[in-house]
Write a protein that binds this ligand. Structure first.
Ligand code: M6R
Length: 614
């Protein structure tokens, strides 16, 4: 959840770290801080509660200098989000400093032991036990690296840490224990970087190493060493990142979310590129490692994910069952472990995750793998844990998604599931060659259709101007558009704090219809498909109870204007691709409502982009 950045080299570390933290603020914005080793050979720390802008102001009045440093943006778990609990944390005698992401599960026990030895604590965080332990070990005569390793071995829980010590000036130690979020090491020329996520350091280098579980690294300006917790050197696996730094910046847009919504035609093109053979009507997913034998053997699929990725899976189920004819169950990753899913070697589990580091999704994936399932994933963050533990994966190609509200990762993951459904049905022989060719041909128009929806942004803004003061919304859809109703409702609640429910329209009469009155607008997804007539009847029921209805309808459907109060027209799309188009106006509507309400669109309250705690 928290964001970490580190630098060691000839340049001024604080400036580089602050810049990196700006790219990571989506991970947490309860407080922020930077520590640097100053010329006088001591650590200096600047930190403040609240957003990064507070730290930036502090640094202007009280600048920090040094060629090695670490920084942090916090999403609070232990201890209030105040200045005292902000990272970095310094050890009692000032010899060691740390930033940390995760939860030290045994921190109470460790803290009691340290207090009994006379250590005094300066914060309420679990983090502080780590830095105090390292210092205690150093003072008992251990060399810095050994002290770090000894400490790490005693921690329980998922944790990522970066540590600096006066005994080894201008060097950084970092480690990853479990699924508390990754650490990417950036290899520069005579300088080294590290960060919890690629965009923070992408402008400096594209050569990166990703730490695996229970690995640590030692960085100096000119060298790096990856090792296990016993100090055994591990050969590095260096990746070259294809993302460009520009795509991780806001550019001319007011918010990352807005930019990312508008990037969708491009991210769809990137998702299709190299995978769809339009000439021969085939789909190639090389990283999935699919074989005809495997595709035919799989007789059950679980899709597991959280939040928006879960809703993507709900829509993907339609694609996979419809085309590949594999019975598919979609489960919340946070529940997967607790209901004893029935898994054997003919089961596949597909994890969908933008970040590739959501703790619940990783836990579900690991369990599925341990029980013998074939583990697949659809992941955006390159090199993330989810990608690395999977037997096969589809890299999303959405590019960096910074806005906490997920948008382009949702639509690209839908395209990926469509591609997977095509590839599986081809290998399983569940559809004809002709049908496959048609499905592939349909993809060609998708980027253009998405672009045409975006052209109507001013209309969605106008609608938002009319509805931004409303307290409750009901979103309805049927079939493959039911997940879109849920995703539309989630987008509205997470960024505008308006209560919204997404419901399968046919269920309305079993309860939610009681909510409808003139204060409860209904957004009904009623594009032309085999459920259109049924959606019209649902709209009529809502109208009969005094509800105001906004319909998402197919261009050319003049009749629906007689049923609904407002109509958002979208271009006609093939049925399995329609959700990708239908969700875009809902994203923009939520965006404009949130802007009108003065909400912080990219950093909504209480949320973080990557949820690396259970
Ligand atoms: O990175 P992931 O896709 O695993 O994240 C899952 C959810 O935390 C995420 O989709 C969350 O619901 C977003 N804030 C939705 O906009």
């Amino acid at each position: 959840m928290c964001g970490i950045v580190g630098y060691v080299g000839p340049r001024q570390a604080p400036a580089i770290i602050l810049q990196g933290l700006k790219r990571l603020e989506y991970r947490g914005y309860d407080s922020a801080g930077i520590a640097a080793l100053e010329e006088n050979g001591r650590f200096a720390i600047r930190r403040d509660a609240g957003k990064l802008s507070n730290l930036e102001t502090l640094l202007q009045s009280s600048p920090l200098e040094g060629h090695a440093g670490i920084g942090h943006t916090r999403w609070a778990t232990h201890g209030k989000p105040n200045q005292r609990n902000a990272h970095p944390h310094l050890s009692m005698n000032g010899r060691v400093v740390i930033v940390h992401n995760g939860i030290v599960e045994n921190f109470l026990e460790l803290r009691e032991e340290l207090e009994a030895e006379g250590v005094t604590f300066a914060s309420d965080t679990d983090t502080e036990v780590i830095v105090q332990m390292v210092e205690r070990y150093i003072e008992s005569g251990l060399e810095m690296e050994t002290a770090v390793r000894q400490t790490l071995k005693q921690l329980r829980g998922a944790n990522a840490v970066v540590i600096m010590g006066l005994d080894r000036p201008n060097e950084l130690f970092c480690a990853r224990l479990g699924n508390a979020g990754g650490i990417a090491l950036g290899l520069g020329d005579n300088e080294m970087f590290l960060a919890s996520d690629i965009p923070a350091i992408l402008e400096h280098t594209r050569r990166m190493i990703f730490l695996e579980n229970r690995q640590m690294a030692h960085l100096t300006p000119t060298s790096y060493r990856i090792m296990d917790l016993d100090g055994q050197t591990i050969p590095p696996d260096i990746h070259t990142i294809a993302w460009d730094p520009v795509s991780a910046a806001k550019g001319e847009f007011k918010h990352f979310m807005q930019k990312e919504i508008f990037e969708q035609p491009r991210s769809i093109v990137d998702t299709l590129r190299g995978r769809v053979d339009f000439e021969n009507g085939r789909v190639h997913l090389p990283e999935m490692n699919l074989t005809p034998e495997l595709a035919q053997r799989i007789n059950k699929l679980y899709i597991t994910a959280c939040g928006t990725s879960f809703y993507s899976g709900l829509a993907g189920k339609f694609m996979i069952e419809n085309l590949a004819r594999i019975p598919t169950e979609v489960t919340y990753a946070s529940e997967f472990r607790y209901y004893d899913p029935i898994i054997d070697e003919d089961t596949a589990v597909l994890a969908i995750t933008q970040s590739g580091e959501t703790a619940d999704t990783l836990a579900a994936s690991e369990q599925a793998k341990a029980e013998g399932a074939t583990l697949w994933s659809i992941v955006n963050a390159f090199g993330s844990q989810s990608m690395r533990i999977s037997h096969g994966y589809i890299p999303m190609q959405a590019g960096p998604e910074i806005g906490v509200a997920s948008t382009k990762a949702f639509t690209t993951s839908l395209v990926d599931q469509y591609l997977l459904a095509c590839a599986l049905s081809d290998l399983r022989g569940t559809i004809s060659r002709r049908k496959l060719r048609q499905l592939v041909d349909d993809l060609a128009q998708l980027p253009d259709l998405a672009g045409r929806v975006l052209d109507h942004d001013a209309e969605y803004e106008e609608l938002a101007n009319q509805f931004f003061k409303v307290h409750n919304f009901l979103y309805l859809g049927r079939g493959i558009n039911y997940p879109i109703a849920r995703e539309g409702a989630l987008k509205l609640k997470e960024i505008s704090y308006i209560h919204a429910e997404g419901y399968p329209a046919g269920e309305m009469k079993h309860g939610p219809i009681a909510l409808i009155d003139e204060t409860m607008p209904v957004i009904a997804i009623a594009t032309k498909d085999h459920l259109y007539e049924k959606m019209i009847s649902q709209i009529q029921q809502a109208k009969a109870r005094g509800g105001t209805v906004i319909a998402v309808a197919t261009e050319g459907d003049a009749a629906i204007a007689n049923e609904a109060d407002h109509v958002i027209y979208v271009p006609e799309a093939p049925p399995l691709l329609a959700p990708i188009i239908n969700v875009i106006p809902l994203q923009l509507f939520s965006y404009h409502v949130a802007v009108r309400r003065g909400a912080d669109v990219d950093q909504p309250r209480n949320l973080a982009k990557s949820v690396t705690v259970e």
